[in-house]
Ligand binder design. Structure first.
Ligand SMILES: [Zn+2]
Length: 122
């Protein structure tokens, strides 16, 4: 458990660093995704390409700020090594980490969410 907590801390530290970074890039694009998938992230195994956050273009999606923030937090943690299952441990499962982040307290993260919402409403 301690090892998982340490790994989780490293992931969250890197995520904060990434969100605040002026050099690390995140592409945001609209795509027709599978039904039931609101958002997904494509992370290249080689660090040549920037991660791409894809938003589903299907109608009927609600991009309320808190939900968007929660989904985005889930997806962004994948860049730094979380999984969608317990294969690396429960704490490194993105679904476990998927909480409502305090968007008011993190201007860079909030900026990302707004960019995402703007993109979605185009
Ligand atoms: Zn996931």
């Amino acid at each position: 458990m301690i090892r998982q907590l340490e790994a989780l801390k490293k992931i969250m530290d890197r995520l904060i660093q990434g969100v605040n970074s002026k050099s690390e890039k995140l592409e945001i694009e609209q795509r027709k995704l599978e039904r039931g998938t609101d958002m997904q992230i494509i992370v290249s195994p080689v660090p040549l390409w920037d991660p791409v956050l894809q938003l589903n273009t299907s109608p009927g999606k609600h991009w309320e700020e808190k939900v968007t923030a929660s989904l985005m937090l889930h997806e962004l943690t994948h860049i730094y090594g979380t999984e969608d299952n317990d294969s690396k441990g429960e704490l490194l499962n993105a679904h476990t980490i998927e909480i409502y982040p305090p968007v008011e307290g993190t201007p860079a993260f909030r900026g990302l969410i707004l960019k995402c919402q703007k993109q979605r409403h185009k």
